[in-house]
Design a protein around this ligand. Structure first.
Ligand SMILES: NC(=O)c1ccc[n+]([C@@H]2O[C@H](COP(=O)([O-])OP(=O)(O)OC[C@H]3O[C@@H](n4cnc5c(N)ncnc54)[C@H](OP(=O)(O)O)[C@@H]3O)[C@@H](O)[C@H]2O)c1
Length: 316
């Protein structure tokens, strides 16, 4: 075993999951891709899973498929939430607080990526930053007290893209009016999610709270992330990568987030995911974390800006 592969040469696999009866997981964007697969893995061990999804029909289809696989008593429910609308996030969080008494982990999985042309969320944020970062920033804040009472975890699903963009936060043009670029803007949003997580760890430590916060990435996984909103060139490149076998299955892509939600003895100031060639696939373990993701000045400034933009002051 090495520091990079604390779970042995094969890395973490679902064989290492314990029985999860009595555990409750809340996950965003779970009707497809790695979120759906993470839900499957958690249900397979008897957990309760609350999916927070935006699409009613896709959610109904997902629930149907899950109940077919795990039986009609499978403990899976869905709540409608659109991360692109802060009002929807508030309403969904309030429903969770009414109906879910215990949260062992909140998995921030849902995302959009590679949006070809600059778009905005209902609240006027560049769409990838708005959905991926601001939506989750608010959701985590609204559910924090419940997670804390549960001595639970927050898992942020990031991306290797965090090191393929500007490598910092573009505070003077958060909406990328000057230089919109589908990939760099996606990378910016994923770096923002990571910086949120590392700053939250600091705040939790300062406040002597017991919530654990983990950051992971799914490698390159064959999901529906690259869709019509991506440029033709991006879609063609991605489908070639898939054909060449460079993308692993969506199920394998779910391993890091399920591991971060359940495994013991993980490091928080870390970054987990596949550790094989270019971190596309391979054994799940600890990956190198680039120092710019921990730039304290940027972490603090992003937190303050996120509170202002979402109109939400964290209870910590
Ligand atoms: N696949 C990869 O190679 C890869 C690489 C690096 C990082 N990631 C990360 O992995 C995570 C999972 O992505 P995936 O690859 O599984 O993609 P996916 O198949 O497209 O799944 C994304 C999920 O997010 C949901 N979602 C999108 N916008 C939303 C919104 N406004 N409100 C609520 N839910 C929303 C989608 O719902 P709809 O079905 O309604 O659109 C879907 O359920 C993401 O955080 C992504 O950034 C993926």
């Amino acid at each position: 075993m090495t520091a990079a592969q604390p779970f042995g040469p094969k890395g973490w696999t679902p064989e290492q999951l314990d029985n999860l009866t009595d555990q409750t997981y809340v996950i965003t964007g779970a009707n497809a891709g790695t979120g759906f697969q993470a839900t499957r893995l958690l249900l397979s061990k008897g957990a309760s899973v609350v999916m927070m999804n935006r699409n009613v029909q896709k959610s109904a289809d997902a629930i149907k498929a899950l109940k077919q696989e795990f039986g009609s008593n499978a403990k899976v429910t869905v709540m409608r939430m659109d991360l692109a609308q802060l009002g929807s996030v508030r309403a969904a969080a309030s429903e969770v607080l009414k109906t879910v008494p215990h949260i062992d982990a909140l998995l921030c999985n849902g995302a959009i990526a590679q949006i070809a042309k600059q778009e905005f969320t209902e609240n006027g944020f560049e769409s990838q930053l708005g959905v991926n970062h601001y939506g989750h920033f608010l959701l985590c804040g609204l559910l924090f007290q419940r997670i804390q009472e549960s001595r639970g975890r927050i898992v942020v699903v990031a991306s290797e893209g965090y090191k393929m963009g500007l490598k910092t936060i573009q505070f003077d043009d958060m909406n990328w009016n000057r230089n919109y670029h589908p990939n760099k803007t996606y990378c910016h949003s994923k770096l923002a999610q990571m910086m949120f997580a590392y700053e939250l760890q600091d705040k939790i430590q300062q406040a002597n709270k017991e919530v654990e916060v983990y950051v992971c990435h799914p490698g390159a996984s064959n999901t529906s992330l690259i869709r019509d909103s991506a440029s033709l060139a991006t879609r063609v490149t991605w489908s070639l990568m898939v054909k060449m076998g460079l993308a692993q299955t969506a199920e394998k892509g779910a391993y890091p987030e399920v591991m971060c939600a359940t495994a013991q003895h993980l490091n928080q100031r870390a970054y987990y995911g596949p550790t094989g060639r270019m971190n596309f696939g391979g054994p799940v373990g600890q990956c190198r974390l680039e120092p710019f993701a921990l730039d304290k000045q940027v972490l603090t400034k992003l937190w303050a800006l996120s509170e202002k933009e979402t109109g939400f002051s964290w209870p910590i």
